[in-house]
Design a protein around this ligand. Structure first.
Ligand code: NDP
Length: 430
């Protein structure tokens, strides 16, 4: 932790994981010397992305790919396009990804990447040229057996298709397994867009079942209205819940009778905001406050990091919330988690709860390797099984190492660490 002391997000996350694994190391002293190797990425690639905008000017952005750990398989993790993206954030996300991927039980290592570009300010033509310039540099570092990027915030199937297109042009042959989250026509898996949001709800259902509850009739608040958020809403509604509020980067809305997700999607697809959606709905109101000030039984933060601090957590507790389950990466701050824990509110950490996306990405790799296409029902069945297994692994490790099966946070860290430490240890020191 003496290295790069300014990387606060990354250090905070490493501290959290190290705090969880004390009892595991007491039982497995052979893994003590693995910890140092796990905290240092195997490779950090930072590169220049020059591209030409619609006015003919050359613009320069910074690209990142942190190849964190490949003990279990090829590096696997998303690409994020966001103006504030920096190496600290990419390392934090990459470190989380290593444990998340290990928890899925699949043979994938962990990595993360992206660029400090703002896709919202680019025309489609600019974004395509940016993706091609980004792909030109990335091509030297990725491949089906080495590093398999996917999408994340600001990067969907369209952008992955453009980056993959450039990769294919450069290498000169088809290698669809080098990227996941591709458009379906290029070998993308059925249900990959839905997977993270659906997985969050499957994980939530397992947590609620342990409390003797279910989603039928529950009031759910979801933050965000992007990929993870809208598919989580869809699945929660299918399970009988009412989504009473949501948000985006411009504000929040409340709709006690239930958000109409298709109508919301339509407004967002046209570049509108949740407030624009609410304007057309008689029962909906807008607010500049956090969506987590709304009364709810289940809170699913699915937008971005640090959305729920101690104040929002206290409000959730006062409102009688049953569980808070992270769809986004790091949306609940450590101090907020303490508030929830002290009040006995169930907490599902993103490392476990939002692993459905990467799990289906690994299924996409499997389909591409076998030149197969699986039916959506089959992918959904596998996704449910994987999320159930993740839930059980985190719960059992919580019980074994913390004496508390509801301690999913420490349990997920312990279970993920055990698997990746076993692999790193088995490979020997190189
Ligand atoms: P999207 O870009 O599709 O959606 C993000 C949503 O969050 C948008 O509605 C956006 O608002 C909103 N948002 C962004 N910043 C803020 C903010 N500061 N305050 C309030 N709302 C905000 O991203 P995804 O849904 O793909 O990802 C969301 C989270 O889930 C991220 O943390 C990501 O790392 C994580 N995740 C995603 C996976 C995936 O498969 N996509 C897999 C695992 C984790 P607006 O609409 O105005 O832009």
């Amino acid at each position: 932790l003496r290295r790069d002391p300014h990387q606060r997000l990354f250090h905070g996350d490493v501290r959290g994981v190290l705090t969880s694994i004390g009892p595991v190391l007491a039982e497995h002293p052979e893994y003590v010397d693995v910890v140092g190797r796990l905290c240092e990425p195997e490779r950090q690639i930072v590169f220049r992305v020059p591209w030409v905008d619609d006015a003919g000017r050359t613009r320069v952005n910074r690209g990142f790919r942190v190849q964190f750990n490949s003990a279990l398989g090829p590096y696997k993790g998303g690409l994020r396009f966001a103006p504030s993206l920096d190496l600290d954030t990419v390392k934090f996300l990459g470190f989380e990804q290593v444990f998340k991927n290990a928890l899925t039980g699949q043979d994938i290592g962990g990595g993360k990447g992206g660029a400090d570009v703002d896709p919202k300010t680019c025309s489609p033509g600019e974004l395509m040229r940016f993706c091609q310039a980004f792909g030109t540099e990335l091509a030297a570092h990725v491949g089906a057996a080495t590093d398999v990027p996917a999408g994340d915030m600001g990067v969907g199937p369209r952008e992955i298709g453009w980056i993959y297109g450039q990769y294919q042009r450069i290498i000169g042959f088809h290698e669809p397994g080098a990227f996941t989250g591709k458009p379906f026509v290029l070998g993308g898996s059925a249900l990959r867009p839905e997977a993270t949001g659906y997985g969050v709800v499957y994980f939530t259902q397992r947590m609620l079942a342990e409390q003797g509850r279910d989603l039928d009739g529950a009031r759910v608040v979801v933050s965000g209205s992007g990929n993870v958020a809208t598919y989580a809403m869809d699945r929660a509604i299918t399970a009988g819940a009412t989504v009473v509020g949501c948000s985006d980067s411009r504000g929040a809305i409340s709709e006690p009778d239930g958000v109409d997700v298709d109508a919301l999607r339509e407004v967002k697809a046209r570049g509108g905001s949740v407030a624009d959606y609410a304007e057309k709905r008689s029962g909906a109101t807008t607010s500049s406050a956090s969506p987590f000030t709304l009364e709810c039984d289940v809170a699913l933060p699915c937008a971005t990091q640090n959305e729920i601090g101690p104040a929002e957590a206290r409000t959730l507790v006062e409102n009688g919330c049953w569980v808070v389950v992270e769809g986004a990466n790091g949306p609940v701050t450590p101090a907020a988690r303490e508030v929830l824990r002290d009040a006995g509110v169930g907490f599902g950490p993103g490392k476990a709860a939002n692993a459905g996306g990467v799990a289906v990405s690994a299924l996409e790799m499997q389909q591409n390797a076998g030149r197969e296409r699986w039916r959506a029902e089959d992918v959904d069945e596998s996704l449910f099984r994987i999320m159930s297994d993740i839930h059980d692994r985190a719960r059992h490790a919580g019980e074994r190492y913390c004496g508390d099966p509801t301690d999913y946070e420490n349990g997920a860290n312990a279970a993920g660490f055990l698997r990746v430490a076993d692999a790193v240890h088995s490979l020997g020191v190189v």
